[in-house]
Design a protein around this ligand. Sequence first.
Ligand code: THU
Length: 153
Amino acid sequence: MMKNLTRVPASLKKLYAVAKKARRNAHVPHSGCQVGAAIRLANGKVYPGCNVENASYGGTVCAERGALQTAVCAEGKIKVKEILVVTDASPPWMPCGLCRQVISEFVADAPGGDIAIYSTNLKGEMLATTFAKLYPGLFSPAELKAAQRKKKR
Ligand code: THU
């Protein structure tokens, strides 16, 4: 993973700035780890997210999920093109397992059937990957539908 560390390119300047701004609002009384995210849709719109923790740790909402929630709330059906995450960690953090599952919900509607994932930090370092690489063999809504069809028989 470390060998793919690059710099945030100029093409991601807007996404990076939006994520950094959201990160400053993170509610992190328990971990102290502020995380920001920004997603860009196929229509060009950008939505921010930050992590919001609570004393029942498992109920924490990560920055990535926060951004997706905001976008769905604003637009309904969305086509997610890119997701950028920013922390002050080096190497930068990749989306957690639960976020990967939530992101998977939007993959079928994504342009080209995949979503670009950029993990960055405040130093401008970046790990770039795609959703398909991050979550091979995913549990998908298609499997759920197949199981439901079987039940009905
Ligand atoms: N967190 C995120 O917001 N996104 C990630 O991809 C990984 C972890 C948050 C959850 C928690 O508030 C803090 O970072 C420490 O795990």
